[in-house]
Design a protein around this ligand. Sequence first.
Ligand code: F6P
Length: 368
Amino acid sequence: MQNGPERRIRRIAVNTGGGDAPGLNAVIRAVTLAALHEGWEVLGIRRGYMGLLEAEVDGEPGLVNLTAHAVRGITHLGGTILGTTTRGNPFGLEVRQPDGTWGTVDRSDEIVQRFRELGIDCLVAIGGDGSLNIAHALHRKGLPVIGVPKTIDNDLRATDVTFGFQTAVEVATDAIGRLHSTAEAHQRVMIVQVMGRHTGWIALDSGMAGGADVILIPEIPYRLDRIAAKVVERDRAGRRFSIIVVAEGARPADGEPSYADATGRYGGVADAMADEIERLTGKEARTLVLGHIQRGGEPIAYDRNLSLRFGAAAVRCIRDGSLGTMVALQGGAIRAVPLEDAVGEIKRVPLDADLLTAGRQLGVSFGD
Ligand code: F6P
């Protein structure tokens, strides 16, 4: 929806949805300060959209007035001062039925109604694939929205990179680097499981930077015999340890990915692989599941600055009437792309990615 620059803005809102990512607070600060600079008011909505539906969320008012004071000193902080939730889709909110079972209810009309009552002229929705899909659906119901691409997974198309990704890569790279000495001391195979959902961006970037011998990503189904062959080849060459980095969503060529539970959350691939690698190579294998440490803590400088740029650009979009868009990084420049181009299909690692090609040239195994 293009409302045109002539539309007078008085008040905007901002929320954070889905899994957190380092840089959320920097975006909130940038949106707030840039909007205040335009003379607008800024409302923060707690826990996704819950703060609009409930007067209180976690004992605090559902809506918070974001002043310059409220966002002071938060650029470097992990998490989100607004809180977030992965269970706050207003089109399908989970509710307990009278018979004790769980069902869902669509409260999206109430959200649109609340925005009108509160005189909110635009929502800045900071989120990943799921949250931006919700924002897009609300936009189609008439709510002016700007999206900001967040996720450590880096799986949003239309932007070269999402904020939070580089911090996750840094954390994973550090962990992989630290494993080398202990792996070598014990002549073991260390299997590091990293996040990334359906894509292998974190595994590829951290595996390469951390000097992994084998990198397994969902985009390239793996064969256990190929992985074992690489470990044995290294052993014979006197390199009696190996580091395997496996994306949580990686899957064998002849099977399915490993799921943690029935909700479709990934988990367990490293542990399952360790037993097989021990059996096939006769070497001791240990696993490290990095988990949420990849999302926690302070964003690195790159993500802080990207977040600040995204937040400031979102305010420019509102000012210029470029609504229904997502701010994106494309070839070094920040652009506004239509929300429908940003959501839906995810961005997978292309099989001709330069880093992947370089890895093959350097003798890294991708398990195929
Ligand atoms: O999307 C971010 C992410 O950290 C994924 O990499 C991971 O699969 C998932 O979220 C974990 O979700 P949760 O925080 O619900 O365990």
